[in-house]
Design a protein around this ligand. Structure first.
Ligand code: NAD
Length: 480
């Protein structure tokens, strides 16, 4: 059994989580410990006790540790990519890409450990100077979703460690494999003091809840669904813990009449269906100006039908299976509801039986949908995209912004004026011009607005806003 990692030791748990391959449900990826709240508390105590020793490490020593972890992830990217594809169902090439990103994130934050600094200012009072410095927050609880099982943990764990915090990491139940593999790399090459990094696999209701409610956990960084995020926010607010939430999306891609049709179609196909549509940044609403609408729908239908759905490990698969039975049921119920509501199914939306038993679903494209329908209001989180027709640019912009979410948005146009206006007036945290709404760099801030996000941005040097506390010190120089 793959065990939890607490205070530098591998520790078993009473319950076992059998990790199944969604491309072939006969294939057991492995058996993983399913910890509980008592184990979470042990890890929290270890992380709390480790802070003192961790604080004696120089920034250079922290940087070297992160660099070694990043190097090992990159060296192992084929093996880890295969594991990711096998446990989550992401197509192999994308899985290896995600692992590569995780390695790069560690190496980026290795540099940040040394680079980040403070400010020194003259005071407004005579003889006084002011320092603004940053200190670790303390013990950070890291709670992650299943859809990016190595990249999201990496972009939370790496900055937490870079800025001197200790960590208790709780991955999603569905994907313990990548979390465990990452923990084993930290154990093997990190050389961190015992207790600085801990992995506790187990249910959100026990392990996650123990992190959120423990007075010894100073900050919670969470990525997952909006419902869970809201619950965590309420708990953290009551006990005064710092928290950061990245949640759902209903991201619009606007296609204007002047767009390059082929570029718009490939952008929409990538944004809507790659990673089986299971991305918080996926382009689930395609808002299309009426002059290009019919041609766009026709080309999208052809391109959607041409996608190869298959076993995530097969090299020619473009769209892997849905990650779980529960997610598949959710996708199918939204597809049925959209049909009942009168939306036109242009392509896909069907269960596929392939040679290995898995949760295969052909990507579904709907036209003739309205923005007020549930399929356009609620996050499906599957390979399901809708087309909404817009009268003109202003109408398209209004539709794009008419959502409770605000993570990512995009526009396909050849007009610099429209692109500039859209960048300024989109109510999303990230805006793409002639690019898919999903797919971001790791050295710049990531995050949304409205119901999609709460708290400081993740990634890039902006990550320090969450993972450090600011201190302002005043000095009156005496003597000389
Ligand atoms: P989820 O909310 O079900 O679970 C996320 C994590 O929270 C898991 O580790 C889970 O075990 C834990 N959890 C559940 N209940 C908890 C509780 N009461 N206390 C503490 N922890 C608890 O989400 P999911 O299904 O794993 O992920 C899919 C969701 O994640 C989608 O909504 C997607 O949009 C979102 N997501 C957002 C981003 C982003 O950056 N905005 C990125 C990826 C995924």
């Amino acid at each position: 059994m793959h065990e939890n990692y607490i205070n530098g030791e591998w520790v078993g748990a009473g319950e076992v989580n059998r990790n199944l391959n969604p491309s072939d449900t006969r294939d057991v990826v492995g058996e993983y410990a399913r910890g509980d709240d008592a184990q979470a508390r042990q890890a929290i105590d270890a992380a709390s006790d480790a802070l003192e020793t961790w604080a004696t490490w120089t920034s250079e020593a922290r940087a070297d540790a992160l660099d070694r972890i990043g190097d090992r992830i990159l060296a192992d990217k084929e093996r880890l990519g295969e594991l990711l594809a096998r446990e989550e169902g992401k197509a192999l090439a994308e899985s290896i890409g995600e692992v590569t990103r995780a390695g790069r994130v560690f190496k980026f934050f290795a540099g940040e450990a040394i680079r980040f600094g403070g400010e020194f200012l003259p005071s407004v009072r005579p003889g006084v100077s002011v320092e603004v410095s940053r200190e670790p927050v303390g013990v950070v609880g890291i709670i992650t979703p299943w859809n990016f099982p190595i990249a999201i943990p990496a972009w939370k764990i790496a900055p937490a460690l870079a800025y001197g915090n200790s960590v208790v990491f709780k991955p999603a139940d569905l994907v313990p494999g990548c979390a465990w593999a990452l923990a084993s790399i930290v154990d093997e090459v990190g050389g961190l003091p015992k207790g600085v990094f801990n992995l506790v696999m187990g249910p959100g209701s026990k392990v996650g809840n123990a992190l959120v409610t423990s007075p010894k956990v100073d900050a919670i960084t969470f990525t997952g669904s909006s419902d869970t995020g809201r619950r965590i926010a309420a708990e953290c607010a009551v006990r005064g813990a710092k928290f950061q939430l990245e949640m759902g999306g209903k991201n619009p891609l606007v296609v204007l009449d002047d767009a390059d049709l082929e570029l718009a179609v490939s952008t929409a196909i990538n944004g809507a269906f790659f990673s089986t549509g299971q991305r918080c940044t996926s382009s689930s609403r395609l808002i299309v100006e009426k002059g290009i609408h019919d041609r766009f729908v026709e080309r999208m239908r052809e391109a959607t039908q041409a996608l190869t759905v298959g076993n995530a490990l097969h090299p020619d698969t473009q769209i892997g299976p849905v990650a779980s039975q529960a997610q598949l049921d959710q996708d199918l119920s939204y597809i049925e509801a959209a049909k009942r509501a009168g939306c036109r199914l242009e392509a896909g939306g069907e269960r596929l039986s392939l040679e290995t038993p898995g949760y295969y679903l052909t990507p579904a494209l709907f036209s003739q949908t309205r923005n007020d329908m549930p399929i356009n209001r609620e996050e499906v989180f599957g390979p399901v995209a809708t087309v909404i027709e817009a009268d003109d640019y202003e109408h398209a912009l209004a539709l794009a912004n008419d959502t409770v979410y605000g993570l990512s948005s995009g526009i396909c146009t050849q007009s610099l004026a429209r692109a500039t206006h859209f960048k300024r007036h989109s109510s999303a945290g990230m805006v793409m011009v002639n690019l898919p709404t999903a797919g971001v760099d790791y050295h710049v801030p990531f995050g949304g607005r409205k119901g999609s996000s709460h708290g400081p941005r993740e990634q890039g040097s902006y990550a320090k806003e969450f993972f450090t506390n600011v201190k302002t010190s005043y000095t009156l120089a005496q003597g000389v």
